[in-house]
Design a protein around this ligand. Structure first.
Ligand SMILES: Nc1ncnc2c1ncn2[C@@H]1O[C@H](COP(=O)(O)OP(=O)(O)OP(=O)(O)O)[C@@H](O)[C@H]1O
Length: 436
């Protein structure tokens, strides 16, 4: 009897051990398989990600694993010869090669063709013109041509290529390649079809952005900055947060652009070493010449006020804010600075909450400012409250709303902006799930 139960116990224990071992190996097989298929299936973007591998392999620039990186040290792509694997085939392979810094190198000839001989201008920044390029692979990219007379060109070029090649986040305008030929330096970015936030806030060409959308945009920017500050290793400080450096994609998702750029050209020659754009500069930085993450938070606070008031610092935004702050009390009384083009179509409570928080971001003392993680949390909460309010409203409403009226109660008078809002609402539901 004793012998039998001993045998039974041994049998069960063996069974359990084998079962656990099988489960562990199945888990690792599954993870390995999932990583492989992520890399293989995600198209052009993945080809760029894989291209960051040589940095890790070389140890040059000792690439650190990013918080959202899909590639781990055990990625099968690593083992491919010279970092280039079969799935890259077809990605403009005749002319694009993997650079030592790990991102795609585009040929001048390809870019010349894709930009109709550099005539497809979409913008002009301090570093030079930006062109839209339609590549023969079907992808559209933005090509920033660095001004050849820029003394800092070479340095900025090196800095940005090395830095951006390592950073990937859905709220950053990722660098996808570069070109260094014929004495020209070009940076190739993901194309952002809706242009800059500044153009939406200040150009008569665009309908005013709805209030709801402005808060979503603020959250996107906050998440991009949070990644730079707390997700990237080593952390990256943007140094030039402003509405012209926030770009919008087809579904009005915002991404932070121009991080890692040297701003010497923007500098007042008399104020040596100060970099950034006046009006967004942390006063503490101006007096100490030390730029910190909290200086980015200051710039973000200014951006929040830009979103609220659709006014920029060159139009006296900060004076306007200080005047309003004298009349406002904590989370009450900020509505007087709201963009008049919204014509009252905003949630008063949200405006007051966001403005009071923006005011904290621009506190003179950096320690009184929140960090970007706090910012993400606060904005996420604002949107969560909005969603639950809308849900409550919906469930309380006796009959479904007619199809022409938005359930949020806001009417922008513009069909495309309305549908963008709706699209953003849907995408935010899933975004919020990430946070909750
Ligand atoms: N990836 C992109 N996709 C689409 N348009 C872009 C992209 N990058 C830049 N642009 C357009 O080109 C313009 C100029 O961009 P750039 O970053 O060179 O300068 P800026 O940010 O406007 O100004 P500054 O250089 O003074 O910061 C932008 O305002 C935007 O309209």
């Amino acid at each position: 009897m004793e012998g039998e139960s001993f045998g039974l116990i041994v049998g069960i224990s063996l069974g359990v051990v084998i079962g656990v071992l099988l489960a562990i190996s199945a888990f690792f097989c599954f993870r390995y398989h999932r990583k492989t298929s992520q890399i293989v299936n995600s198209g052009g973007g993945s080809s760029r990600r894989s291209a960051t591998l040589p940095i890790r392999e070389n140890g040059a620039n000792s690439c650190n694993i990013m918080s959202d990186s899909t590639l781990g040290p055990d990625s099968p792509v690593r083992s491919s010869s010279n970092g280039r694997s079969g799935w890259l085939d077809g990605f403009s392979k005749k002319t694009s090669v993997i650079s030592a810094s790990g991102i795609l190198e585009y040929s001048y000839r390809d870019l010349q063709k894709a930009t109709c001989n550099f005539t497809s201008l979409i913008g002009q920044g301090a570093f030079g013109p930006v062109f839209k390029a339609q590549m023969s692979t079907g992808e559209t990219v933005a090509v920033k041509v660095l001004a050849t007379d820029s003394k800092q060109g070479e340095k900025e070029f090196q800095t940005e290529v090395m830095l951006l090649g390592r950073l990937h986040h859905r709220n950053l305008v990722n660098l996808v390649g570069y070109c260094a030929e014929k004495g020209q330096h070009m940076l190739i970015y993901v194309y952002m079809s809706k242009g800059s936030l500044a153009s939406h806030l200040y150009s008569e060409k665009h309908e005013p952005l709805s209030w709801d959308l402005r808060v979503y945009i603020a959250l996107d920017v906050a998440r991009g900055l949070e990644y730079l500050h707390d997700g990237a290793v080593p952390p990256v400080i943007h140094r030039d947060i402003k509405s012209s450096n926030i770009l919008l994609d087809q579904s009005m998702r915002a991404r932070v652009a121009d991080f890692g750029l040297s701003r010497e050209e923007m500098v007042d020659k008399h104020a040596a070493n100060i970099r950034g754009t006046f009006g967004y500069l942390d006063p503490e930085y101006i007096s100490t010449r030390t730029y910190t993450k909290k200086s980015d938070v200051y710039g973000f606070g200014v951006l929040l006020f830009e979103l609220i008031a659709a006014r920029n610092p060159q139009q006296g935004l900060m004076e306007y804010v200080e005047l309003a702050a004298m009349n406002a009390e904590e989370k009450v009384g900020w509505e007087e600075i709201v963009d008049s083009r919204l014509d009252g179509r905003f949630d008063l409570q949200e405006v007051n909450e966001v403005a009071a928080f923006a005011y904290k971001c621009i506190s003179r003392a950096p320690r009184k400012r929140p960090n970007m993680r706090d910012v993400v949390q606060v904005l996420t909460r604002v949107i969560k409250v909005r969603h639950s309010r809308k849900r409550q409203k919906k469930s309380a409403s006796p009959s479904p709303l007619p199809p022409t009226v938005e359930s949020g109660g806001e009417q922008t008078g513009n069909r495309s902006v309305r549908s963008e809002n709706h699209r953003r609402d849907n995408s935010m539901d899933s975004t919020l799930e990430d946070y909750c």
